[in-house]
Design a protein around this ligand. Structure first.
Ligand code: BEZ
Length: 181
């Protein structure tokens, strides 16, 4: 009887926590959750999109047009796209919980000419699946990506840099990531 109760409690605990996926880690595949490109009609399964790239960088930002993302994070990857290419990076993508139109306008505003593929995750579905989201309701109105960067080879995460305070500009910046390649 006691063991039945324990089993029940363990299962109940697991199902309670199952709403949150496990935090993305090295060795994981990028899940096949749908994201958008330059318009809502341009859709990709994230796993497939990254799965056919030999070495990609996927970085996530709290929000398009926010100061840190606009002055540092995205421009850094645009400026150093050739340096990354020289290190075997054949695809750079940035994802945010924003709609595709906003992501497009953001890219134009910082002079992105396709060096970085901007991916919109408007409902935060990929962010949730990766468990790389945090509650930014007070500032940005909803859950957003923790600032992170991942080196992904053939769809598998090889290195992962997540800002410990969610929004800082340190480990996930191109200056750090390029040193790790
Ligand atoms: C930023 O500057 O990138 C930022 C600002 C507010 C919330 C999250 C990020």
């Amino acid at each position: 009887m006691l063991s039945v109760s324990r089993t029940f409690l363990t299962q109940a605990k697991r199902s309670f926590h199952s709403s949150s996926a496990a935090f993305l880690k090295v060795g994981d595949c990028i899940p096949n959750v749908e994201v958008q490109g330059s318009s809502p009609a341009e859709t990709y399964k994230a796993g497939e999109l990254l799965g056919d790239k030999k070495r990609a960088i996927l970085f996530g930002v709290p929000g398009a047009f926010t100061p840190g993302c606009t002055k540092s994070h995205l421009p850094g990857y645009i400026k150093q796209a050739d340096d990354l290419k020289a290190k075997g990076v054949d695809f750079i993508a940035c994802v945010s919980v924003n709609d595709a139109f906003v992501m497009n306008a953001w890219g134009e505003s910082v002079g992105n000419k396709g060096e970085v593929k901007l991916l919109a995750d408007p409902a935060g579905s990929l962010a949730k699946a990766l468990d790389l989201n945090f509650d930014a309701t007070g500032v940005l109105g909803n859950h957003r990506y923790k600032r992170f960067a991942a080196v992904v080879e053939n769809g598998v995460v090889k290195k992962l840099f997540v800002e410990p305070d969610n929004t800082g500009l340190n480990v996930s910046l191109v200056e750090n990531v390029i040193k790790q390649l």
